[in-house]
Design a protein around this ligand. Structure first.
Ligand code: UFG
Length: 328
């Protein structure tokens, strides 16, 4: 299949693009390289373009004539979205609509969307199912939810089918293809704690120890990046077979606390390091845990790296090999 992968030079995008290329698909990455890395897409075709550049997006889609699109390109920093909401709606809603319009223009009928657990906001109950209430707490989550609604309405009005994948906490590395997490700034827990274990930062911070959770720290559902990538391939297969559009949670259905993650990094790295208890980070829900039953039943998805140890170990190995990310 000819597949355009927007944001394919980013963390989850690059792992997914590589997996699909290896299974024989023709891949074109569209990425502005503002966050993504050229090194992560070596050997794959790359069009350097912003999704906000409507004419360029139209030109690239016109020339490549994709049969499917996987749309990762987005702004994804929660705190930044609170400070600058317009930039988030422009990129994640406006930019996404540019892609959608260009795809409709070339009769591309398969769209896989990179969504997020942030659409749920503060959950009333966990595990979260796709039917749980969606009340995003920040512009990042809102922009993703709004684009899901755009997709639903577009699918009703056209022949376009879509799958929206709501990721919980993406983590780990694809060691086989030497792809890992390299964000600037890095806000995510696992790479931040690993940076401390590597001696790049003085101490790990635990943001909030007074949450209503067993050890007082936030609980998240960490899911390995190659398991996420596999779900995209399955979603493509579903739509290519004529399956219906749908929305799916992707998580391990297993919550782990910040303290547990810090301990796991110590265990896997064999290194001890200082840990500071810091105030809560604004906007963090106490617990986010997925029910992924629907993805398992309808996509046939089975995560292979469920244990936190596997996830942390792969991240640790990658960061050890690349202490300065893709620069090393
Ligand atoms: N945390 C720390 N110390 C750190 C970094 C994070 O204690 O140095 C804590 C956070 O406060 C949070 C947990 O670790 O409780 C996980 O934080 P991450 O930043 O790794 O992940 P989030 O759960 O905040 O983010 C994920 C996705 C986002 C999405 C968000 C929705 O990565 O894309 O869930 O809540 F928007």
């Amino acid at each position: 299949m000819r597949i355009i992968v927007t944001g394919g030079a980013g963390y989850i995008g690059s792992v997914t693009a590589r997996m699909l290329a290896k299974s024989g698909n023709e891949i074109l990455i569209l990425d502005d390289l503002s966050k993504g890395h050229r090194e992560a897409v070596k050997g794959l075709d790359l069009a350097v373009a912003q999704i906000g550049d409507k004419n360029k997006v139209k030109q690239v889609c016109g020339e490549f004539a994709p049969q499917a699109c996987i749309h990762f390109a987005a702004k994804s920093l929660v705190a930044e979205s609170v400070e600058n909401p317009l930039a988030y709606f422009q990129a994640n809603l406006g930019g996404s609509m540019n892609i959608l319009e260009a795809l409709l223009g070339v009769e591309c009928k398969v769209f896989i969307f990179s969504s997020t657990a942030a659409v749920y906001g503060e959950p009333k109950d966990v595990p979260l199912t796709e039917d749980s209430e969606t009340r995003p707490l920040n512009p990042y989550g809102s922009s993703k939810l709004m684009f899901e609604q755009v997709l639903e309405q577009t699918a009703r009005a056209t022949e376009m089918k879509f799958v929206s994948l709501r990721y919980f906490n993406a983590a780990g590395a694809d060691l086989e293809n030497d792809l890992g997490e390299d964000h600037h700034p890095e806000t995510h827990l696992i790479p931040r704690v690993i940076a401390v274990a590597l001696g790049k930062e003085p101490c790990a911070n635990i943001y909030g120890t007074d949450y209503p959770t067993p050890d007082g720290t936030c609980v998240r559902d960490y899911i390995h990046v190659t398991d996420l990538a596999a779900a995209h391939a399955l979603a493509l297969e579903r739509l290519a077979r004529g399956g219906e559009s749908g929305i799916y949670n992707l998580g391990n259905e297993n919550g782990r606390s910040v303290r547990e993650v810090v301990e796991e990094v110590k265990k896997v790295s064999g290194r001890d390091f200082p840990v500071k208890e810091a105030p809560r980070r604004p906007g963090d829900p106490a617990v986010l845990v997925a029910s992924s039953k629907r993805a398992k039943a309808e996509l046939g998805w089975e995560p292979k790296h469920e244990s936190l140890e596997d996830i942390v170990r792969s991240a640790w190995e990658w960061h050890k090999r690349h202490p300065d990310g893709y620069l090393t």
